[in-house]
Design a protein around this ligand. Structure first.
Ligand code: DC
Length: 248
């Protein structure tokens, strides 16, 4: 995996303190439903604690895009898993904000589009698909031992032994409002009602599947984000990680 090799296992120098070398393992997981701000929170936590950031939702989105491109029925788990055996989903950690690559190319905004959004939960429900992507996620952690990873199952299934685990939550109405704001900023025409319906439908699929369902991992710190600014959520996580004593 190209980018993983690029910076594997090298100690990372703390940006603020040039003489301090951070080398101990630190795995932080952030799970929660769509629209809780996990990606932005994880990016900022990564900056503050000098960690690599992994957006596992982008990997499932890339698998959904591949499904669309190859014309595979989204309910055909075996077909999608077979395609994942010959096509490659990996992370580009050389990019300023690490992003997913599908067969070596950055799919860009296509993985955030309506078509992908409408099938991604179906694609992500197949155990054969999850097994493949979970293996990639663990390989990322093996070569980036200081990692903050976000998704639905990171603290429950993929890294149950993580050093610090968090679960972000918010009401579906607040999550829909946030999503609408984001989409409108990007120039998309959307109405709150249909976004809310989409979010609730995805929640049902993500929480109802047998393999790696969306749950609050046992022992994870839950943060209710309805009334919190992004920076407040980041502060709470950074503070809790520092309390573990594993942040340096
Ligand atoms: O976080 P997101 O909205 O980009 O996630 C896209 C989809 O992928 C979502 O429907 C849930 C699924 N997903 C998953 O099943 N497991 C993960 N670890 C991350 C995302």
């Amino acid at each position: 995996m190209r980018a993983m090799a690029a910076s594997s296992n090298e100690p990372i120098e703390s940006m603020g303190e040039p003489n301090r070398v951070l080398s101990g393992r630190l795995i932080v997981t952030i799970d929660g439903p769509a629209g809780t701000g996990k990606s932005s929170v994880a990016r900022d936590v990564a900056k503050r604690l000098v960690l690599t950031v992994l957006d596992t939702g982008a990997m499932y989105r890339a698998a959904a895009l591949l499904t669309l491109r190859l014309g595979i029925t989204p309910t055909d788990g075996a077909g999608i898993a077979k395609a994942l055996g010959t096509h490659h989903i990996e992370m580009d950690f050389d990019a300023e904000t690490p992003n997913v690559l599908l067969d070596g190319s950055d799919p860009g905004e296509e993985i955030r589009g309506r078509e992908v959004e409408s099938i991604v939960s179906l694609v992500a429900a197949h155990p054969q698909v999850r097994n493949r992507l979970v293996a990639v996620q663990r390989a990322v952690a093996a070569s980036h031992s200081r990692l903050v990873t976000e998704g639905r199952d990171q603290g429950s299934v993929v890294f149950p032994d993580a050093d610090a685990r968090f679960y972000l939550n918010a009401s579906s109405q607040v999550r829909a409002n946030r999503r609408v704001k984001q989409l409108r900023k990007k120039g998309h025409e959307v109405d709150v009602e249909s976004v809310l319906e989409g979010i609730e439908a995805r929640d049902r699929l993500d929480a109802g599947r047998a393999d790696g369902p969306l749950i609050r991992p046992d022992g994870a710190i839950e943060i209710e984000t309805d009334q919190l600014q992004l920076s407040e959520v980041v502060d709470r996580i950074v503070e809790a990680v520092r309390k573990t004593g594993r942040d340096s």
